[in-house]
Write a protein that binds this ligand. Structure first.
Ligand code: DOR
Ligand code: ZN
Length: 422
């Protein structure tokens, strides 16, 4: 019997209200027990004195570009980024080529993920065939093939009738809709509509593009009873709307991309295309509203929207591919909120663990005995630089390239196996 003890760490597990110095005993890939001090003669020991021990992080929004655009990322390189960032489970978006709109693509991803064997990769299937917004995908078949959620991420579902049908079906199938909210008639351009777009003469994406779709889909969720999760909310009114629906008992949740709480549209002036993302970086008032929403509990989880693109695809802002890599930078960015005293450490961890697990309806994000031993162990004050040596992605599109980051994952354990060690 394989036994491993994670010893002397400072455990923070919001799913069971645990915080303090504890040892964790792992047996056959599962959490066996948690206690003040565990001694077992035949167990392997990992001494993590001075480090934080958390349930394995879950990222419900990554783009691994596999199949189809593996020059940007693939399932192997994406998995390496994930575990280096502390993520033991990720949900990969279906805007691949071909898209995840049929069981063959799901099989391909699950098989490759298994071969790589680093993190749990759960595919999301498309809402519409080919992500074209015209015909509903076969959601039933996609669920049976292994899709944990449905989304046309990268594009909105513009047809309200199709979205309504998708919600009705997903409610029956007990799956969540991951909702990319941007009305594409209003969000046609490169960056946020504001002073930077005016200054640089760039095409625009307005905040109301996002807000209109949040309002519509909150209303559809109210009527259909579906679970709707708003992806990468980025505006202050967007937050207000989500709060409105939550207060009325609608099954609506939301995520924030750490880049939206760290940067504003002004980042374009410093980083050009590497600061271009959809929805775009917004204004200071939006950034502040997102932080406040994290503090108040309106935002349910962090999601990286890890979106790798090559340097040549980022050169000219107006024509650049939107997206920022984020798996390795998410923890240090989130820890800034803890360091500034805005939220306690247990809230940071809740936003990476039990909350995303609940959104997906997965029995993960917790170290209760009997659960899979997925564990993230980090040093909140270790400084490091994301550069050629430390980056595991095939791409390097982030404003944080070559910057000093604070907070580093030291071990990632998946089902009792060490899958990353600093
Ligand atoms: O910035 C983005 N990049 N937003 C999306 O919704 C899609 C993503 C991508 O696939 O690159
Ligand atoms: Zn998106």
């Amino acid at each position: 019997m394989l036994k491993l003890i994670v010893k002397n760490g400072y455990l923070v597990d919001p799913s069971q209200g645990l915080e303090g110095k504890y040892d964790v005993l792992i047996e056959n890939g599962k959490v066996k027990s948690i206690d003040k001090s565990i001694f077992i003669p035949d167990a392997e020991i990992v001494d993590v004195e001075g480090l934080i021990v958390s349930p394995g992080f879950i990222d419900i929004h990554v783009h691994f570009r596999d199949p189809g655009q593996t020059y940007k990322e693939d399932i192997a390189s994406g998995s390496r980024c994930a575990v280096a960032g502390g993520f033991t489970t990720v949900v990969c978006m279906p805007n691949t080529n071909p898209p995840i709109d049929n069981p063959n693509v799901v099989d391909y991803i699950l098989e490759k993920a298994k071969k790589v064997g680093l993190c749990r990769i759960l595919p999301a299937g498309t809402i519409t065939k080919g992500r074209k917004g015209k015909d509903l995908s076969d959601l039933y078949t996609l669920k049976n093939a292994g899709c944990v959620a449905f989304t046309d991420d990268g594009s909105p579902v513009m047809d309200s009738n199709i979205m309504r049908k998708a919600m009705e079906l997903s409610a029956q199938l007990d799956r969540v809709i991951l909702d990319h909210c941007e009305d594409d008639k209003l969000a046609y351009g490169a960056i946020n509509e504001g002073e930077v777009s005016a200054l640089l003469g760039l095409s625009e994406r307005s905040p109301e593009a996002e807000e209109i779709q949040i309002a519509r889909d909150g209303i559809l969720a109210y009527h259909t009873g579906a679970r709707v999760h708003i992806q990468h909310v980025s505006t202050s009114l967007g937050i207000e709307l989500i709060k409105y629906f939550k207060e009325r008992g609608v099954s609506i949740t939301c995520e924030v991309n750490p880049n939206h709480i760290a940067f504003t549209e002004r980042e374009i002036l410093f980083c050009g295309g590497n600061a271009r993302v959809n929805p775009p970086l917004r204004k200071e008032k939006d950034r502040k509203a997102l932080i406040e929403a994290i503090r108040e509990g309106i935002i349910d989880c962090f999601a990286t929207d890890h979106a790798p693109h090559q340097t040549f695809e980022k050169e000219i802002v107006e024509f650049s591919s939107p997206g920022i890599i984020g798996l390795q930078t998410a923890l240090p960015m989130a820890l800034e909120l803890y360091r500034k005293g805005i939220i306690p450490l247990k809230r940071v961890i809740e936003l990476f663990t039990i909350n995303p697990a609940k959104i997906l309806g997965l029995e993960l994000g917790s170290l209760k005995p009997g659960k899979p031993a997925d564990i993230t162990i980090f040093d909140p004050s270790r400084e490091w630089v994301l550069n050629e040596e430390t980056n595991f992605s095939k791409s390097r599109n982030t404003p944080l390239w070559n910057k000093i980051l604070k907070g580093k994952v030291i071990y990632t354990i998946k089902e009792g196996k060490i899958v990353y060690k600093d």
